[in-house]
Design a protein around this ligand. Structure first.
Ligand code: 4NP
Length: 158
């Protein structure tokens, strides 16, 4: 008999996997480390497109994370069919992500597909695409939303 408990997986998904979802993944990872929950949870991030497959996160995402003492070496990858078995939750950032994730979902998938923003205590349910905004403000807003939502999610689940 093994008493190894299964860790619960959370996958963060956006369009390119270079802005919002790597921020969310890095924030979630830092929270589970701070809360000593790495034996209970694991996370990753992925894209609904292959536009940036293999790329590091956008320099503005890296900058915002760095300002909060966080780092990532994530490489963008596209969502796969296996992800729907591996992860208990798949979080999209906006409604377009959610419809793309659902379209890519195998018919027998048990994964819970939700807006990450549905956990926001401040009620901002959409985490907007910051890519074409030019500056860093959208990324700062994304970071703060991801932090609030990941904290609230973990508060609820643990
Ligand atoms: P993300 O942002 O979905 O938050 O990673 C985007 C990154 C790239 C593109 C769109 C959104 N793009 O069209 O290349």
């Amino acid at each position: 008999m093994s008493n190894v408990k299964q860790r619960r997986g959370v996958l963060f998904v956006c369009l390119g996997n270079i802005c919002r979802s790597p921020i969310a993944e890095t924030v979630f990872q830092s929270l589970i480390e701070q809360r000593n929950l790495t034996d209970k949870w694991f996370c990753d991030s992925a894209a609904t497109s292959s536009y940036h497959t293999g790329d590091l996160p956008d320099y503005r995402a890296i900058q915002v994370l760095k300002e909060h003492g966080l780092q990532t070496e994530h490489r963008a990858r596209k969502l796969t069919k296996e992800d729907f078995n591996k992860f208990e939750w798949i979080f999209g950032m906006d409604e377009s992500n959610i419809s793309n994730i659902k379209r890519m979902s195998p018919s027998n998938s048990q994964a819970k597909i939700e807006l990450l923003g549905s956990y926001d205590p401040e009620g901002q349910s959409i985490i907007e695409d910051p890519y074409y905004q030019g500056g860093i403000d959208g990324f700062i807003a994304n970071y703060n939303q991801c932090l609030r939502c990941c904290q609230a999610f973990l508060d609820k689940m643990n």
